[in-house]
Design a protein around this ligand. Structure first.
Ligand SMILES: C[S@@+](CC[C@H](N)C(=O)[O-])C[C@H]1O[C@@H](n2cnc3c(N)ncnc32)[C@H](O)[C@@H]1O
Length: 174
């Protein structure tokens, strides 16, 4: 979700293999064009790119678009790296993302917060970098993984500036 230029695609493809499908959703046509070129250059046929705003998309419409392009209407896993903090209403985007997943799907979020320890000195830099890119450094969208998933793996990098969470999503049976 918020796949950008598809920087993650090569690693994802390595995990899902040629038989799996990557579905990249982004609101920016320019980003998706670069993602499309990346997939074409690499000769990947199993990439479906959809231009949509994660906050306002209609999950049913997205599922039918995916199906129309030969993909499964419910995904086994979802990844949002450095994208949710760009969305003021990221919780709506998260709800929409969940609606595209199978029960027990793997979900991972990577995003930013202010650094910890000695690196707190770099906080103004971190704020400036996030503000420049339009991200809200106080959003902490990985909280959603903590709230909605089990078996949560937690990691961080760059003195806590980068927060990584992965877990298994538990779908409400209703
Ligand atoms: C910082 S880039 C990260 C791209 C990619 N996830 C990565 O790690 O390389 C953030 C992406 O989120 C997308 N984005 C921001 N707000 C969005 C929204 N409301 N709906 C869908 N995509 C959004 C932007 O267009 C951009 O491509």
């Amino acid at each position: 979700m918020g796949c950008g230029t598809g920087l993650n695609f090569a690693l994802l493809r390595g995990r899902i293999g040629p038989a799996g499908t990557i579905i990249g959703i982004d609101r920016s046509a320019q980003m998706l064009e670069q993602a499309r070129r990346r997939a074409a250059r690499a000769g990947w046929k199993n990439v479906i790119l959809i231009q949509a705003d994660a906050v306002f998309l209609d999950p049913a419409a997205i599922r039918s678009t995916i199906q129309g392009q030969g993909g499964s209407p419910e995904s086994d896993a979802a990844l949002a790296t450095y994208s949710l903090s760009l969305m003021p209403e990221w919780r709506r985007a998260w709800t929409n993302l969940k609606a595209l997943l199978k029960a027990e799907a793997r979900v991972a979020v990577v995003d930013m917060k202010v650094p910890e320890g000695w690196a707190r000195l770099l906080t103004p830099l971190a704020w400036a970098a996030c503000a420049l890119g339009g991200a809200d450094i106080t959003a902490h969208p990985w909280q959603a993984v903590e709230e909605d998933c089990t078996n949560v793996l937690r990691s961080s990098a760059r003195a806590g500036h980068l927060q990584i969470r992965a877990g298994a999503f538990h779908k409400d049976p209703s």
